[in-house]
Design a protein. Structure first.
Ligand code: SF4
Length: 331
């Protein structure tokens, strides 16, 4: 990983969705508007050549964070800086287009992200045609290079295939080729292997590691599966109910988590050696993101809860090593 400044810096990002009131309450203007606080004051950065893992249970807000960072959702508050420039301050269409080209996403489901009527060549060509129309003479070479980088070799044997003629792993490689075809500098990979057979996951994950190392790409890798993060992430952020509760170098977070939620999540992740870790039982279910508990939002489920935890919300602060954790027991 380089020492270069961050490609993406997210500051106090929020994405809240208003909840519709009942008919009479709306007509009579009664009651406050309530919100689903999907992303609630999240900050992090991604540098060139770095893979930052964003982990947490389903519904913790990690996918919404990824989509909002790419401006596929409009943020409710906070700032997203690309190369140090706040995206909200960009008025020029050309500069916004530059961002759209430089920041791409790979979705979870390759069956939905590819057009069944397009051949592989047409699918990968489409973003190139839209984002780089002036380089027409290079389009064919760009498609081939993207397929080669995504591991679809020999390229010639894949170019004219349709999605129904390919396996799930091959389709996800085509989706990855589409994303990298326009040579982005920042990539969001949202659960990119969760729908794939276990036997092909390692090959796909290695691609992201290779893109970071060889193309100096910054990658936000979103997953609920910490065992996959172990192999590709340089840093990891653990999210709970819309907020990051621990962030730091992957080896430190996975080896010795400080936040009680991170400890429970990591204890539940599969390991190679049987019995190497003791599971930590989490009480209850994730609370409703409309009614976030007062104080520490993890307090109803935490086995170490104290009186202070029910009234004062902890903020991220330095924990052991280079990480930060949001817990009153840390620091
Ligand atoms: Fe548990 Fe309190 Fe720490 Fe929250 S602040 S994680 S409730 S000990």
């Amino acid at each position: 990983m380089s020492d270069a400044p961050a490609i993406i810096e997210v500051r106090n990002l929020r994405k809240w969705y208003p909840v519709r009131k009942g008919f009479f309450a709306s007509v009579l203007g009664l009651g406050e508007t309530r919100h689903v606080k999907a992303v609630d004051d999240v900050s992090f950065s991604v540098r060139p050549g770095e893979v930052l893992g964003l982990a947490g249970e389903s519904g913790c807000g990690k996918s919404t964070t990824g989509m909002t960072v790419l401006k596929l959702h409009v943020p409710s508050a906070g700032a997203i800086l690309f190369d140090g420039v706040d995206l909200a301050s960009i008025r020029s269409r050309a500069r916004l287009k530059h961002f759209r080209r430089a920041a791409q996403i790979v979705f979870q489901n390759p069956y939905e992200s590819l057009n069944p009527r397009f051949t592989v060549f047409q699918s990968v060509l489409e973003p190139i045609r839209i984002q780089r129309p002036d380089e027409r003479a290079r389009h064919d070479a760009m498609v081939r290079l993207a397929l080669e980088r995504a591991g679809l070799i020999p390229v010639e044997s894949f170019l004219h295939r349709y999605p129904h003629e390919m396996s799930g792993g091959q389709l996800q490689r085509v989706a990855i080729a589409r994303a990298i075809a326009v040579e982005p500098r920042f990539l969001v990979a949202d659960e990119p292997v969760s729908m794939l057979d276990v036997s092909v996951r390692a090959g796909i994950l290695n691609l992201f590691r290779k893109f970071a190392a060889e193309l100096d790409m910054g990658i936000l890798y979103i997953s609920h599966d910490l065992s996959t993060m172990r192999h590709i992430c340089s840093r990891i952020a653990i999210m709970y109910l819309g907020r990051i509760v621990e962030i730091g170098p992957a080896a430190q977070i996975l080896g010795d988590p400080r936040h009680p939620y991170a400890q429970a999540l990591i204890a539940a992740a599969p390991v190679m050696r049987r019995g190497a870790r003791q599971r930590i039982h989490l009480e209850g279910a994730v609370p409703n993101p409309i009614d976030i508990p007062a104080g520490c939002r993890f307090n109803p489920r935490c086995g170490k809860v104290m009186a202070e935890c029910r009234t004062v919300e902890p903020v991220l602060r330095p924990a052991m090593g280079e990480r930060q954790a949001a817990c009153h027991l840390v620091g």
